[in-house]
Write a protein that binds this ligand. Sequence first.
Ligand code: DON
Length: 303
Amino acid sequence: MDYHAILEHVLADIEPEIGCGRVADYIPALRSADPDRFGMAVADVDGPVTGVGDWEAPFSMQSVSKVFALALVIAADGEQVWQRVGREPSGNPFNSLVQLEHERGIPRNPFINAGALVVTDRLLSVTGDARGAMLDFLRAESGNPAVDFDPVVANSEAEHGARNAALGYFMASHDNVENPVPQVLEHYFWQCAIAMSCRDLALAGCFLARHGVRADGSRLLTRSDAKRVNAIMLTCGTYDAAGEFAYRVGLPGKSGVGGGILAIVPGRCALAVWSPGLDARGNSVAGVAALDRFTTRTGWSVF
Ligand code: DON
């Protein structure tokens, strides 16, 4: 498969959509992202990684980090986490509070903010350093020791973190938080503020295409758990647009408000795409379009 040729075609197809949508502004440090940037990378399960556009430029991974937090928590702690978070799509925005009150402080899934806070809380309990565990993993899988936190983004999120704090304290009132809420929030904000490129993200996510096997050949997840994480990405990874994403792209995918999306073709490759212009539901406009074109051109959706 000539990945580079396919990516060049994809880029040509979606060029008019680059710059469309709106850059996230509810975290002030994300406002300065240039909406005209676009990068895409594909990491094959057998090693080579290639890309087009700004594929080596770091961006804020934001909610894409939620996939890695979930995988690390399942690897360390097995099925325990499912006592505290569900596995159903929410049909609501990523930072919504409404379901929590009716559902006894149990978030619908690990990829909305409430669910991710529970996962980070558990990761903190089992590792002692949730954000550090995530950074170590991302550096190892990408082979890039320069992957790092962006303290400006982390601090900006903390300063404007009232909504996430509300989610955390509400769940604590239902005894669904183990550590002090401010500590959980801090680890969550810093994990979201990791900056990495499409190249690094595709390599880091490739263990999900390898059915749970890491870059060094060791196993992070059982084949069954890797399937489960991919399934939750498909049903919940793009929030209240998960149905539309499955319809258009047909792959497990996880988006972030930095404009990044990680998508998995199980058994073949991991794809990472970045463009900061978002649609109304927080997903990259050009990123979704590029993944749509990729699966149409290759025939590689899971369906
Ligand atoms: O907690 C937040 O609101 C952000 N750190 C992450 C949200 C996000 O990326 C949602 N994704 N589309």
